[in-house]
Design a protein around this ligand. Structure first.
Ligand code: NI
Ligand code: MN
Length: 227
């Protein structure tokens, strides 16, 4: 089976490559101070969105229109993008579906999802990706919630991508506790240091996670991990 690679694009954005497929998650590139690529350089086959906030929706509309990529997202987010000419597949919390590249399951997240101009974007979600025998959990934006224990039991995780930036999401202490509930093999911190309100000490997060007996990997924007 082809190698599965995961590239951090900054903030909460990732590019996943598997065989002939390229999947972007929450492609906030333009206006993202931590981005190291341009939105024009990305040519995904699929785009997955956790919710409708601008720092997650990002360049999805522009990239989807240019490439024809299928946007997989919560129902209302897809309604918004379909009205603007994008190709979408609606899903919602708790639902899973097999796509050509692998399986996608939307999970709960405790967070808002207001869109541009007050447009309702439905419910904010996290997403589980089951690709090439690996399970990746992108928590989206969320508070700590005890059902993370259930997610970890139901879906043993190879990698968990967890927001740690505080203010809008879990901070480092709650995110470190989330690792204990989820029990992933590896945790990559996201959604921190992009903007002043979410400045945290990522090394302190790593220290807390390692002290609890788990592994972390800090990816700088542009860096990749092969699974
Ligand atoms: Ni958000
Ligand atoms: Mn966010």
């Amino acid at each position: 089976m082809a190698d599965l690679s995961l590239t951090f694009l900054g903030h909460s954005a990732f590019q996943i490559r598997i065989g002939r497929f390229e999947i972007l998650i929450d492609p906030f590139i333009t206006g993202n101070p931590s981005a190291t690529v341009s939105a024009d350089s990305l040519n995904p086959t699929h785009i997955i969105l956790t919710h409708g906030h601008g720092d997650h929706l990002g360049d999805a509309e522009m990239i989807a229109k240019r490439t024809g990529a299928l946007v997989i997202a919560p129902f209302e987010v897809v309604t918004y993008l379909s009205e603007r000419g994008c190709n979408g597949w609606e899903m919602s919390t708790g639902g899973a579906r097999d796509f050509e590249f692998g399986r996608v399951k939307f999970t709960i997240a405790h967070h808002g999802s207001g869109g541009p101009g007050g447009y309702s974007m439905g419910t904010a979600c996290g997403v589980l990706l089951m690709i090439a025998g690996k399970t990746i959990y992108h928590a989206g934006d969320t508070a700590l919630f005890y059902d993370m224990k259930l997610l970890g039991e139901r879906h043993p995780m190879d990698v968990a991508l967890l927001p740690i930036g505080d203010n809008f999401t879990m901070g480092i202490e709650d995110a470190a506790y989330a690792v204990e509930l989820l029990k992933p093999k590896l945790t990559i911190p996201i959604h921190y240091n992009t903007f002043p309100p979410i400045q945290v000490d990522v090394n302190e997060f790593s220290r807390l996670v390692v002290a609890a007996g788990f592994e972390t990997l800090i990816l700088n924007p542009g860096q990749s991990l092969t699974l």
